[in-house]
Design a protein. Sequence first.
Length: 167
Amino acid sequence: MSFINKTMVEIYTDGSCDTNYKIGAWVAILLVETGTIVLSGTLTDTTHNRMELIAVIEALEHLQAHHPSISTIRIYSDSQYVINLTGRKEKLETAGFLSKKGTNLKNEDLLKHALNLFKTFTIEFIKVTAHKKRTETINFNIEADKLSRKIVREAVKAKGLPFTQVL
């Protein structure tokens, strides 16, 4: 954590999904002036990319609702899908969120929602290396990754399903 004040926050996000059962979890860790906030949730019939997007969306919506003075954000993610979204904005909008084949893009709803939320903040996206090993320094991306995987495992177990893999 480098600089936190009343108008700035750092967010670490991650999403995981058991691809066989399509059970996913998302986590967002927000470092705000008053402390650390951990948000999380699960969904069924989902994908890894949806979980990555939802983590960011939920974090931004939480800030809008509970920390309206926040205007500047650093979002740390291991997801190229999330990190490069603003760079694809013009292309997505020009294409009407349609693929080259003319079909709706996967996650069109979340892509539109995220891009709309991005307009309300000054956001710097920072790409982090996925699945790094723990060191003495606290790395909140590692914590988000571990927690999202744990939540998926628990959700699979709660449904009485044999655990497969979490990506």
